[in-house]
Ligand binder design. Structure first.
Ligand SMILES: [Fe+2]
Length: 368
């Protein structure tokens, strides 16, 4: 029978062998032979519940933007560095540009008329635009307009580059599965064209023209794909979906995930599942005054405030948030949201990995 009150530390302490010269000699032999005994390590290797080295953390958009602009003045973008991107380094993860043990997140900045050269990699990537316009990302030769509120996908091994067609700089956020790929040693990388392969600036990409008609699947695309064939999920549709959920709630219809909380998940239209194999993307809208239930979830998640004001509570600590602010919730850290005004947040997580491998667990306050 398991006893939840027992913790590894006290049990491990209690069962440690007596400290003798022989034991020390044994431990020294372990060290020389690259061996570590389980009995000194159990709490770290198999904790009672996930205890991430990553910590909850908030990055202010005003700071990110200021530093990205400064980087724009000082640092060129081009072959080699590839991208002028600033990775958000979780303070608990030892100086790596990892926002969590599985995910990379950062702000990318492209100056007027600049081009970020094409390349491709195993890692899956997306971009989300909290403000601005004027950049096209070219994904496998398909130019995709980037505008406020849009989610843009660059699934693994698709060539991609960006170009700014205006005299204004533009910044957006990137999310990737870089730490996961690095720890699993699965990454490949290939350089492409030094310029983007198509400087056209169409309003809608070819992928959208083929796939973005509600409930309609082209018969030329009946084969399912591991990543979504849609290059851009437009704000117009996201906003409308959330607006309708709240209107339906007003009418007494079931539509929201909780009172005052509208939410959508971006999906791969060929499967109805997540947009990419390793990353889940969602958008949440809270009515003013709404507070979400406190949740613990396996896996890590990142939010960016799109519009409005409110706060996040992580491990019992409340932090106020405004437009553009980003925060990370590491695995099993209790969190909730509070909306001061109508509060719009973009969210991404590693949930597809956790679900695919059957590690996902969720605990919601007040529910069994
Ligand atoms: Fe890339």
């Amino acid at each position: 029978m398991q006893n939840e009150k027992l913790d590894h530390e006290s049990v491990t302490q209690a069962m440690q062998p007596k400290d003798t010269p022989e034991l020390r000699a044994l431990y020294k032999s372990f060290e020389e032979e690259s061996i570590i005994p389980l009995w000194t390590q159990l709490g770290d290797l198999m904790p009672i519940h996930p205890k991430s080295k990553a910590v909850p953390h908030v990055w202010k958009w005003s700071t990110l933007l200021r530093l990205a602009r400064k980087s724009g003045e000082l640092v060129p973008v081009g072959r080699g560095g590839e991208r002028r991107a600033l990775g958000l380094a979780n303070p608990g993860l030892g100086g790596n540009a990892y926002i969590s043990p599985t995910m990379w997140a950062g702000i990318q900045y492209l100056g007027p008329r600049e081009t970020a050269p094409e390349h491709r990699h195993s890692q899956n990537a997306f971009r989300f635009v909290v403000e601005g316009e004027g950049v096209w990302t070219v994904v496998n030769g398909d130019p995709v307009r980037m505008s406020r509120g849009d989610l843009l996908l660059t699934p693994g091994w698709c060539f991609h580059g960006h170009h700014n067609d205006t005299d204004q700089p533009m910044a957006w956020i990137d999310g990737l599965d870089i730490p996961f790929s690095q720890q699993m040693d699965v990454g490949f990388f290939e350089f492409g064209s030094d310029r983007v392969t198509d400087y056209a600036t169409p309003n809608f990409s070819r992928g959208e023209r083929l796939w973005c008609h509600p409930g309609l699947r082209p018969l030329s695309g009946l084969q399912n794909t591991v990543a979504s064939p849609i290059g851009a999920y437009r704000w117009e549709f996201t906003d409308r979906a959330l607006t309708e959920q709240l209107l339906l709630e007003d009418e007494g219809q079931p539509a929201t995930v909780a009172p005052g909380h509208a939410a959508i998940r971006y999906v791969n239209p060929t499967t109805g599942g997540d947009v990419m194999p390793t990353l889940r993307c969602e958008f949440h809208r809270l009515r003013a005054g709404t507070e979400t239930a406190t949740r613990n979830e396996v896996g890590s998640t990142v939010f960016q405030v799109f519009e409005g004001a409110g706060a996040v509570v992580m491990n019992g600590e409340t932090t106020k948030l405004e437009k553009g602010d980003m925060f990370v919730v590491p695995s099993w850290v209790p969190w909730s949201l509070q909306a001061e005004t109508q509060f719009d947040l973009f969210r991404f997580s590693d949930a597809p990995i956790m679900e695919a491998l059957s590690f996902m667990r969720t605990k919601i306050e007040g529910q069994k």
